[in-house]
Every structure is written in C-alpha cells, then in structure tokens.
Design a protein around this ligand. Structure first.
Ligand code: ADP
Ligand code: MG
Length: 135
C-alpha cells in the first residue's frame, strides 16, 4: 500500500493508524534516506501505542526503549561490525523476547538478522514536504 503525506503531522497520523495493526513483538523495518521522515513516522507509532515520552533521535544513542514495551533503534551511525554491535545492543534478544514493538531505522543494514515476519516500510522524500510511504 502506498500513502502520500504532505506534512510531518500527516506522516505522524499515518504512523498512529499503523500502530493499531501492531501486536507485541512486531518488528518494523524502516528504509529511507536522511530526512525522509522515518523518525517522524516512529513518533506517530509511539503515540498510537500510548508512549507518553517524546521520541526523538539523540545523537550517539542507537537504541532506546520506552514504556510501554516500545523500542526505537536508529542504525544510521553503525558502519562496521554491524552484526556484532547489534548483538551487543541486545537488540536480537529483545526481538526474540517478542514483547516489545520495535521500530528500526536504516534496517537494511541488518536485513539478514531480522525475522522473516518483519514489516518493511519504505519512505521517500518526493519534494515540497511530500513523502511517499510504502507499507
Ligand atoms: P529521518 O528520520 O528519515 O531522517 P525525520 O523524520 O527526522 O527523518 O525528518 C523529516 C523532516 O522532514 C522533519 O523535519 C519533518 O518536519 C520534515 N517533513 C516535511 N514534510 C514531511 C512529511 N510529509 N512527512 C514527514 N516529515 C516531513
Ligand atoms: Mg531518523
């Protein structure tokens, strides 16, 4: 399914609605360039799942967990030894526990480590505050 949004608010709304379909243990793999709107989408999903804290992208923090049972991962800065880093982060353990909804930006970097049932979401900047989201 393809959705076009024309503002960050609209992208958050798409994320909020998408959240309704997620069950505990869901892994959402986000793909798209810098500025495509991945974090904006994640903010909507978090809101839809009842996360009260604001989700953002702090520099140097790769993985952050929120209550209730929500985890945001951004692999942008990982360049080498990626599978080792991801192991150290505890991400794979968190995935196999199956309790948290996990959203991963730059997920293509760990494509082979993700479960087969991961939900892939592609985001593209198509200009003028417009984004194409392929779910
Ligand atoms: P990413 O995480 O993919 O690098 P961000 O979500 O951090 O991207 O940033 C997207 C930027 O683009 C934000 O500044 C946001 O306000 C802006 N923006 C403009 N239009 C949109 C849109 N339609 N959807 C999402 N973000 C948008
Ligand atoms: Mg981001």
């Amino acid at each position: 399914m393809e959705v076009i949004t024309k503002s960050a608010d609209e992208t958050q709304k798409v994320g909020r609605e998408f959240a309704n379909k997620l069950t505990p243990g869901a892994v959402v793999a986000l793909v798209g360039d810098l500025g495509a709107g991945k974090t904006t989408f994640v903010q909507g999903v978090a809101d839809g799942l009842g996360v009260k804290e604001k989700v953002n992208s702090p520099t140097f923090i790769i993985m952050r967990t929120y209550k209730p049972n929500f985890c945001h991962v951004d692999l942008y800065r990982l360049e080498s030894n990626i599978s080792e880093e991801v192991e150290n982060l505890g991400l794979l353990d968190l995935i196999s526990e199956g309790e948290s909804v996990i959203l991963i930006e730059w997920a293509e970097k760990i494509r082979d480590l993700l479960p087969k049932n991961a939900i892939w979401v592609k985001m593209e900047d198509v200009g003028n505050d417009t984004r194409k989201i392929t779910l």
